[in-house]
Design a protein. Structure first.
Length: 95
């Protein structure tokens, strides 16, 4: 299943994230809106762009891995990106 396409934007009454007329999430902490709530809304709103950037970076890392086979830093970055992308895109993520 695909996510709602971006861009996603922050709305302030109530604090929420939307795409077009579709509400994605409401940020609610049970107290007056704080800087933490605002930061959470910004992170949620950036999700489509972050996912796209992670997928592009993973493709670049795969190419680099082929050229620099065995570089442990490339392997760690590759694994971290794959796990994050899987968590964002799979119906039943493991992590």
């Amino acid at each position: 299943m695909k996510h709602t396409p971006g861009p996603w934007r922050i709305q302030h009454t109530p604090l929420s994230v939307a795409a077009g007329t579709h509400q994605i999430a409401q940020v609610f902490s049970g107290r007056p809106i704080s800087t933490e709530d605002d930061a959470n809304a910004r992170l949620i709103a950036a999700a489509p762009e972050l996912l796209e950037a992670a997928e592009r970076a993973l493709a670049l890392i795969r190419d680099t891995w082929i050229m620099e086979h065995g570089n442990p830093q490339v392997g760690k970055a590759w694994g971290a990106l794959e796990a994050a992308i899987d968590k964002a895109t799979q119906d039943n993520p493991v992590a």
